[in-house]
Design a binder for this molecule. Sequence first.
Ligand SMILES: [Zn+2]
Length: 259
Amino acid sequence: MVNFQPVDLSESPNVNVSNNAPLTEFLKLVGGLIAIVLTFILVTSLVVDAAILLVPEKLEAQLADTLQPLIAAEYDVIPTDDNTQQLFNGLTHPLPNPNAYTLHLVNDDDTINALTTPGGHIYLFTGLAKKLHTNEQLAFVLGHELGHAKHRHVIRSMSKGVIIGAALGILFPNSNAVGDGIGQLLNVGMLNYSRDQEYEADTTSVDLLQQQGLDPAKGITFFNVLSSIRNDGSTSILSTHPTDKERIERLEQYLQSQS
Ligand SMILES: [Zn+2]
């Protein structure tokens, strides 16, 4: 239920009298409008969070089938080398539905990233793969993306972006920015996970490495690679992510609680 807070004009019954500063009235109106928009976004966002749990996986699979060719067309996908593929297959093994995940290697040395799209499709860019020094670091990256896929983070953030975009469209039907905004929200929504989601993906990765007999402590040295990439001024991996230091600290606590 959306509880709108109407703008209170009762303080100025004589709206035509100029003893109330027009600017103050205008600011009140704007403030009221902003409050309505923020409330709307917050409530929509909470409702979507709850509703997304009810989105059947079948529907997500249909969305994935629609999106997948569009996404794949954007990237120069090349065959995955045997080592990476075997590592990936091993990591998926303990998951409830191991065949639900697909790894794609993208031939793009300028993009230092890995990402997950609906339907368990994981894209690893050669720009990131070439920076990784050990199997454990590579496994940690793959496990992290598998974590996002397993916990359905993509569909959650995407849906939120779409719904909030639609909500803005209803509130500001004449705004040119709305169309662009929805597009941006879609893009951002696919990448911009919450801190809790990142943490969940990180700990899932640690679990998957352990299940493969790989040392997670070696895996999380990935963050050192990440830091050096950031420091040398290359395109940072998602500047909106929690800081590496914070993630390492939380993960070290997690590792200690496991032992
Ligand atoms: Zn992530």
